[in-house]
Design a protein around this ligand. Structure first.
Ligand SMILES: NC(=O)c1ccc[n+]([C@@H]2O[C@H](COP(=O)([O-])OP(=O)(O)OC[C@H]3O[C@@H](n4cnc5c(N)ncnc54)[C@H](O)[C@@H]3O)[C@@H](O)[C@H]2O)c1
Ligand SMILES: N[C@@H](CC=O)C(=O)O
Length: 489
């Protein structure tokens, strides 16, 4: 791997400010999905080492929470500056381990860093309240206090931003964090740790543990001293972790799967809408919780829309994300390719039409060529499951009530897209769609000021924005009595 600063490529866990081997000698190879070659190896930590990470965080909590908010802000801003200064190396690491095209990785580093800056500032604004007293001679109010150690478990599709969106909020609130990144993409997390150390984040405040996923997660859920669990990943694992966190009654935040509808109104220019739908579907080769999976197009413009969609989709270049002309990288591994193929086969066997997507053109074993299916119906996996692949399904509809019912016909409720210029239709959809986020006439919807999150089985809580830091804060109420006549409201 060619980096300007080779020390950013770390192959150890990072606990209590130290780079750590696994005591049991277990390790795992990390594979570059574009080539199938091993990029490096990571150790799997043993249970006593994981408890050691909790000990370290527990100790670090005392001093970290005692810093003034502006002192924590300075350290987080130093981290932000280092992320920006090392953007190119961080993007290279990300593309090699995740597969996404280099410009997308640069974009994710920028996106991930933006959460650090946002929460560095937001930490200075965690205000409590003054409550008009109903008790004679007393003053009432609230204080905001850090909840304690936060365990952060993150996925492979956004290996850096899904960490910083959690870690920066927790750290700004005064909480130390223990990050468990996905085994497929640990090196971005470890580079973050290297830069956190250089930024002067004290030992034990930002830890990265590695190991067998179910083992590590179970131990962190069982640990009484871990007070908050923030998970981004599949709904299946999210449910499991929610259950495992119950007996220690943790604060749990879940950012889970999505199955976004993309609604195109009859008033839309079919070309404009089709180009937007391609952009909303194929980011990160469709491995995005916001991917526009179910494209619902008014019957009056359906055929024109499909024509423009195919034209735009066919112009996408699939290949190794390190090559400058590539738009879509590989999928994360062979299982993801098998799942994509089975979803397409299922749809065709149930009557969908394969309009485009020839898998014989795939440049390697982990690649999946973009697919467009039309005539998608609710009995197909491509409708019901989050496909997490470059597979787009189009369905025609005839009126607004029908399309709202179609859009809500899923267990997921993360994000929905609506394309129309009719203000009454916009308002109706905005109110009726059962989603945590609705984006109208815009593919881009995320960023640091945004309360990101879903309803139904897409999650609990919100990340980012003014709400994001609340996930890591307790509200302590006080009643200060015996004040005599100076109390009152
Ligand atoms: N809502 C959001 O903000 C958001 C953002 C990104 C990704 N996602 C979702 O993440 C999913 C894709 O990511 P993924 O495949 O890494 O998800 P995943 O659930 O398989 O893994 C997520 C994390 O959980 C760990 N894990 C896996 N199996 C586990 C188990 N049995 N017990 C405990 N931990 C386990 C993994 O190692 C990883 O760190 C998609 O569903 C996607 O929609 C959601
Ligand atoms: N694209 C999402 C991550 C989902 O996979 C984001 O912006 O947070």
């Amino acid at each position: 791997m060619k980096l300007s600063d080779p020390r950013l490529f770390r192959q150890h866990a990072y606990v209590d400010g130290k780079w750590t081997h696994g005591n049991g000698g277990r390790e795992e190879a990390v594979i570059n999905p574009a080539t199938g070659e091993a990029l490096g190896h990571i150790p799997w930590l043993e249970a006593e080492q994981l408890h050691g990470a909790v000990d370290a965080a527990d100790e670090a909590f005392v001093q970290w929470r005692a810093l003034r908010a502006d002192e924590r802000c300075e350290r987080l801003l130093a981290w932000y500056d280092l992320l920006q200064a090392n953007r190119e190396d961080l993007a290279t690491i990300m593309t090699l381990e995740q597969g996404k095209p280099l410009p997308d990785s640069r974009g994710e580093v920028e996106y991930g860093a933006s959460f650090v800056r946002w929460f560095a500032e937001e930490g200075k604004r965690t205000y409590g309240d003054t409550i008009p007293s109903h008790i004679p001679n007393a003053a009432l109010g609230t204080l905001k206090e850090p909840v304690g150690i936060a365990a952060l478990i993150t996925p492979w599709n956004f290996p850096l931003a899904m960490i910083t969106r959690k870690a920066a909020a927790a750290m700004a609130a005064g909480c130390p964090v223990i990050v468990k990144p996905a085994g497929e993409t640990p090196f971005s997390a470890l580079a973050l740790a290297e830069l956190a150390e250089r930024a002067g984040i004290p030992a034990g405040v930002f830890n990265v543990v590695l190991g067998e996923p179910a083992e590590v997660s179970r131990l962190l859920c069982d640990e009484e001293r871990v007070k908050a669990l923030s998970f981004t990943g599949s709904t299946r694992v999210g449910r499991l972790l929610l259950e495992q966190s119950a007996h220690t009654v943790k604060r749990v935040s879940l950012e889970l799967g999505g199955n976004a509808p993309f609604i195109v109104g009859p008033d839309m220019d079919p070309k404009e809408a089709a180009y937007a739908a391609v952009a909303a579907k194929f980011q990160t080769a469709g491995q995005d919780c916001l991917a526009a999976n179910r494209i619902l197009v008014h019957e009056s413009i359906h055929d024109d829309f499909v024509e423009h969609f195919v034209e735009r989709m066919s112009a996408l270049t699939v290949g190794n994300g390190m090559d400058s002309e590539v738009d879509l990288g590989p999928l994360i591994h062979g299982q993801a390719v098998e799942k994509a193929a089975s979803i397409v086969d299922d749809a065709i066997s149930r009557g969908a039409t394969l309009v485009a997507g020839d898998q014989t053109q795939a440049p390697g074993p982990n690649y999946f060529m973009p697919v467009l299916l039309t005539g998608v119906t609710r009995n197909m996996k491509v409708w019901n499951e989050e496909n997490f692949a470059p597979v787009a399904g189009v369905t025609a509809y005839s009126d607004d009530d029908q399309v709202i019912a179609m859009a809500n016909d899923t267990e997921y409720g993360l994000a929905a897209y609506v394309y129309t210029h009719d203000i009454r239709r916009i308002w109706k959809m905005l109110r009726a769609l059962e989603y945590g986020m609705v984006s109208i006439n815009s593919v881009k919807m995320t960023g640091p000021p945004v309360p990101f999150g879903g309803v139904k089985q897409s999650g609990l809580g919100r990340e980012g924005g003014v709400t994001g830091i609340e996930e890591y804060l307790e509200t302590k109420y006080y009643c200060l009595g015996g004040l005599g006549s100076v109390s009152g409201s």
